[in-house]
Design a protein around this ligand. Sequence first.
Ligand SMILES: Cc1cc2nc3c(=O)[nH]c(=O)nc-3n(C[C@H](O)[C@H](O)[C@H](O)COP(=O)(O)OP(=O)(O)OC[C@H]3O[C@@H](n4cnc5c(N)ncnc54)[C@H](O)[C@@H]3O)c2cc1C
Length: 231
Amino acid sequence: MEYRIVKIIQEALNVRRFILQAEMPFQCAFSPGQFVVLQSNLKEQGVVQRSYSISSVEPNMQTIELCISLNPAGVFTPWLFEQHVDFWIVGSEPQGSFVFQPTGNNIPYVFICTGTGVAPFRSMINEALKINGASVYLIFGNRLAEDILYHEDWKQLAQQNENFHYHPVLSRQEQSFAHYGYVHPVYTKILEKVDDAQIYVCGWKDMLVETRRNLKSMGFNRRQYHFEQYD
Ligand SMILES: Cc1cc2nc3c(=O)[nH]c(=O)nc-3n(C[C@H](O)[C@H](O)[C@H](O)COP(=O)(O)OP(=O)(O)OC[C@H]3O[C@@H](n4cnc5c(N)ncnc54)[C@H](O)[C@@H]3O)c2cc1C
């Protein structure tokens, strides 16, 4: 199937939000957490495919949003960042099993990510906050304040909903509103107080490997944590 780019928003220095509309008669319904695979036939590399989590908040039948980081040395994203509104791009239907699974009312739902790993959490957190009595935590690591994706949206959500706890973490800049360092001590402090939790982790391999190791050593098991690895 094909998607038409209907809007592009510069979200951070090297990150853009692409709003895509599916060609008729397809619809863009998805389960919170799923991704699509985009494809292009590039001159040197031939057909190249890359996966992107859907960053829309609501499963909307008309459009999906993707939040994509430019890798200047990469194959696909330099090409994608040259495309404009009204360009048609080949892509898959939403797919993937890293989807939000409500399992209990009075447990914490903890979302841990860095960079564009936050993309699938937009719709997953929206779903988690519908669960009666659930506390929902977002631990979101970035280097600098200017890198934080959807920062205003997260702040607003935390103001509007007392069950949502937003923990931005910055590794290269001290700011009064954020933790300084890496995500690991931040989720460890939250999780060491609880026996049960549902934990979702998304992003690049290094962060995932360390998080998995920490969660295991804290006694959490495979039914309690869920991973989506970007590389
Ligand atoms: C299920 C899934 C969902 C994904 N969702 C997103 C998403 O929502 N947004 C998004 O931007 N990407 C996402 N990705 C990553 C995406 O598929 C591509 O890998 C990425 O866009 C780089 O593609 P490229 O062709 O430009 O670079 P490549 O030529 O594939 O990259 C070359 C190398 O750079 C590494 N690399 C690329 N970008 C980064 C980075 N930012 N940080 C660290 N290492 C990097 C790659 O691991 C690779 O080794 C997802 C991947 C998967 C598997």
